[in-house]
Design a protein around this ligand. Structure first.
Ligand SMILES: [Zn+2]
Length: 135
């Protein structure tokens, strides 16, 4: 029996992504932009105290996207995790441990993504047990 704890919802069409039909991924181009902008920001502001206003100017992270393969825009090569590889909370922790070895991870919104999923604040990654079938 395959345990399924997590559902993924496509950012384009809003439907669930079935196994083999799509990925959670971050685009190479978004990652390059985020890393370049953030390292430039560090170069300018890294040396001394930073004001709140300067912190607010910190360049945005690259965003993890959820798309069916058929909904995925062209020119969106990136780092892919097929949805069937991350169907349980344990999978998500395993992937997090793996991704933490990547120097680029802090330039993505992974922490916000999994934090939001854990707290049930986002329905892009939804805990299937929260769907209320039992109610
Ligand atoms: Zn879709």
């Amino acid at each position: 029996v395959t345990v399924v704890e997590l559902d993924f919802v496509c950012d384009v069409c809003g439907r669930q992504v079935e196994d083999g039909d799509g990925s959670l991924y971050v685009r190479d181009v978004d990652l390059q932009v985020a890393r370049a902008d953030q390292s430039e920001w560090q170069r300018v502001h890294g040396g001394g105290p930073v004001s709140i206003g300067q912190l607010m100017s910190f360049p945005p992270d690259a965003l993890w996207l959820i798309h069916h393969d058929r909904c995925r825009p062209a020119e969106s090569d990136g780092y892919d995790i097929a949805v069937e590889q991350v169907r349980t909370w344990r999978d998500l922790v395993r992937w997090t441990a793996h991704l933490m070895e990547k120097s680029w991870l802090p330039s993505t919104n992974w922490a916000a993504l999994i934090g939001g999923a854990a707290e049930g604040r986002n329905h892009r990654i939804a805990d299937v047990t929260r769907h209320g079938d039992a109610a």
